[in-house]
Design a protein around this ligand. Structure first.
Ligand code: EPZ
Length: 445
């Protein structure tokens, strides 16, 4: 296990190139299960979640060749149509194989991906959709696996009760080989889904978004291979942008995507942040002024993404006044707040009055959720000081790393593997911009 030792207080300056989107790469890799031709993918980030998923597919019999940010995947002789339990627990996205496996081989066995640090994260919406397409799926609480089979998936009209990003993608990955037309209503509109759709269409699928929240898929008999480059990572850009502001630095971001970050740019404008959009893929973020406080509510795309919530909290500790942040997508995505408080941040929890919480929140709200908090009030600007902090989820981990860059003194961060899941060579890239981060073995801290 590794840890970071961070000497705080430096401003980040220079140029950053954003890597491929983690939340496209993982699903693009799963699309390889839909064809026995070779699928070639480029701009695949060298991050732990990608490695885990490729290792899993290799164990199941796929042949994988990885060269830098390109991956060649060919359908080897699949030994089994089951996801190993330990992999399913470690990488939630692996449970999405149920879609392509049912479509291609009419059966699948996946572990219940279960909750993680940000909430229960069930897959009831995925399962309900697949059942409508002709899959029979049972869950065994004895071994924690879903057992799925079908006599052949068929098209269906499916209306999601609430937004689900990977639920929408799982059903697309199933419907592209199903018999007939599938219509997904109240489908998620994250732009990463449209990148996956473009990949599938380049493989011979017929998928199109006919309205902001409606997707139509006409099943094909067979899909062929393709050579495809995935889009850059919006979450990574937001992380580096906020790093520039909180360290009072100046970062020029390449592979920037202002057109896909409207809600982020609107909140930055409300905060009075200094941004220069140089061209459609280059943006300069300059931390040269005092930021104003803001009130943000997270929502599915095109709203302010839940993945930006924790770095935004850090930003607001450096803004003037009282800010509020209301998390509506996941039911426990504020666990990092305690770690920021340890560093001197002035943050308190509160629960905004919500007329109909069952409808308002994107997670499956239960009375019990009254005990968890969904909103915080942040008072700024506050000076942060060093601490020993624990990173326990990907985006919170990135936030705490940025916080130790802002803090005075030397900090220790445990749980670095969390950040390695989604950020490639994070300390090398930050150090090249002026940070002082050292990766050490856990027991040396
Ligand atoms: C995807 O998670 C992303 N992960 C998340 O990014 C991202 O935060 C999220 O979408 C929102 O955009 C990947 O793409 C791998 P949801 P996903 O299904 O699909 C509840 C990161 O840091 N729900 O839209 O799991 C669910 O519990 C990760 O890169 C059900 O109750 O999100 C959550 O509260 C974190 N039942 C809410 O809905 C279901 O069947 C939204 O979930 C499905 C979802």
């Amino acid at each position: 296990m590794a840890a970071f030792v961070v000497k705080g207080g430096s401003s980040l300056r220079g140029e950053v190139t954003i890597g491929g989107a983690k939340n496209v790469a993982l699903k693009a890799i799963l699309a390889s299960l839909l064809t026995d031709d070779e699928l070639v993918l480029h701009n695949i980030p060298d991050i732990r979640d990608v490695t885990y998923l490729l290792e899993m597919l290799q164990k199941m019999g796929m042949s994988i060749r990885r060269n830098g940010h390109s991956v060649r995947i060919r359908d080897g002789r699949l030994k089994e149509l089951a996801v190993p339990f330990d992999v399913g627990a470690r990488l939630r996205t692996s449970s999405m194989v149920i879609g392509p496996m049912l479509a291609r081989w009419a059966q699948a066995k996946i572990p219940n991906p279960g909750g993680c640090r940000i909430g229960a994260r069930p897959i009831d919406r995925h399962i309900a959709g697949l059942r409508k397409m002709g899959a029979s799926i049972s869950y065994s609480s004895r071994d924690g696996y879903y057992y799925a089979q079908t006599d052949g998936l068929h098209g269906a009209v499916i209306t999601f009760p609430k937004n689900t990003h990977t639920g929408t993608e799982t059903l697309i990955l199933a419907a592209v080989l199903a018999k007939g037309r599938t219509v997904l209503k109240n489908a998620a509109s994250e732009v990463e889904i449209d990148d996956l759709m473009a990949l599938l269409n380049s493989m011979g699928a017929q998928v199109k978004r006919v309205a902001p929240r409606e997707i139509v898929i006409d099943g094909a008999a067979k899909l062929h291979g393709a050579d495809y480059t995935i889009m850059p990572d919006r979450n990574e850009e937001v992380t580096f942008a906020i790093a520039a502001f909180v360290t009072r630095g100046d970062l020029t971001i390449h592979n920037s995507q202002p057109h896909n970050l409207t809600a982020f740019f609107e909140s930055l404008a409300a905060a009075g942040a200094h941004i220069e959009v140089k061209d459609k893929s280059t943006t300069r973020y300059i931390g040269d002024g005092t930021l104003r406080s803001t009130d943000v509510v997270t929502e599915p795309h095109p709203g302010f993404m839940t993945d930006w919530q924790s770095p935004w909290t850090l930003l607001m500790t450096q803004a003037k006044g009282a800010s509020t942040l209301h998390e509506t997508v996941f039911e426990s995505r504020l666990s990092y707040v305690g770690e920021l408080q340890k560093m001197g941040a002035k943050i308190e929890f509160f629960d905004p009055k919500v007329l109909n919480p069952r409808k308002f929140y994107n997670f499956n709200w239960r009375r019990a959720d009254k005990d968890t908090h969904q909103a915080i009030r942040i008072i700024g600007p506050t000076k942060l000081h060093n601490a020993v902090v624990v990173m326990n989820d990907l985006r919170a981990g990135a936030t705490l790393l940025l916080a130790t860059l802002v803090a005075s003194g030397t900090s220790y961060l445990h749980g670095v593997e969390q950040i390695d899941r989604g950020y490639e060579k994070i300390e090398e890239r930050l150090n090249s911009l002026g940070a002082h981060i050292e990766r050490v073995e856990e027991n040396h801290v």
